[in-house]
Design a protein around this ligand. Structure first.
Ligand code: GLN
Length: 229
């Protein structure tokens, strides 16, 4: 399954979050440390960041470790809010840029780490790809991010095998769910990181328990349990 990372805080370089840390997304693209459902994440990558209120994305269907152009430019890309991911495509899903997180509705950037049976999702013609994550993102955007916890519980109940770790941000809020896979949080002096797995060995990383909704705002973090019926 994929690995994702979100940042909300002071303006920092994309490179400092994604490429420079010893076990950051670049390393996780070929040697993740906590990934249970795949060996590596070679099927693409995406970096989304807010430029003021505008979400901008750079995505590719090739492995992150080999992208010298991105590595050259990433130190100059700076933002206070970032959503990035490396992808391990679920068997049967297309390997294409449109299937690669982060997805956007023009306000939010969203990544899905997991798997869901598309039969439990409403049919859509506006998703970027037929990939399960793209269709799920389309549903979450249609329902609105205030409904994120409710949608995850609903879909999780409709498909008991689903894994639904979502990460989303809109420039002033960052939301994440744990439903079947790992997520860690790091409070830094200059902001908060949410990541599928720690990008270094800092003792301050905390694991988020499964089946939780995390909300990060400039005022701090809140966590709520996601309850089934
Ligand atoms: N199911 C999604 C895909 O195929 C996400 C996979 C993942 O989390 N690795 O891209």
């Amino acid at each position: 399954m994929c690995r994702h990372l979100g940042w909300l805080g002071r303006e920092v370089s994309v490179s400092s979050l994604v490429l420079e840390p010893a076990y950051g997304l670049r390393t996780q693209s070929y040697a993740p440390r906590r990934q249970k459902y795949a060996l590596l994440n070679a099927d693409g990558w995406g970096v989304g960041f807010f430029d003021g209120a505008i979400p901008r994305r750079w995505r590719s269907a090739a492995p992150l470790w080999g992208d010298a152009s991105f590595a050259s430019v990433a130190p100059a890309l700076r933002s206070h809010c970032v959503v990035a991911a490396v992808r391990s495509a679920t068997v049967g899903m297309p390997i294409e840029v449109g299937a690669t997180a982060p997805f956007t509705d023009g306000h939010w950037l969203l990544s899905h780490n997991g798997i869901v049976d598309r039969h439990v999702l409403p049919a859509t013609s506006s998703a970027e790809s037929v990939c399960d994550s793209a269709v799920l993102a389309d549903l979450i955007f249609a329902r609105g991010l205030d409904e994120l916890g409710a949608v995850v519980v609903e879909i999780g109940n409709a498909d008991p095998h689903a894994r639904l770790n979502i990460l989303a941000a809109n420039g002033s809020r960052m939301l994440a769910t744990t439903w079947g896979d790992t997520l860690s949080v790091l409070h830094r002096d200059d902001g908060i990181v949410l990541a599928s797995e720690p990008y270094d060995d800092d003792a301050d990383w905390d694991e988020v328990p499964d089946r939780h909704l995390v909300e990060v705002t400039p005022d701090g973090i809140t966590m709520t349990v996601l309850k089934g019926p």
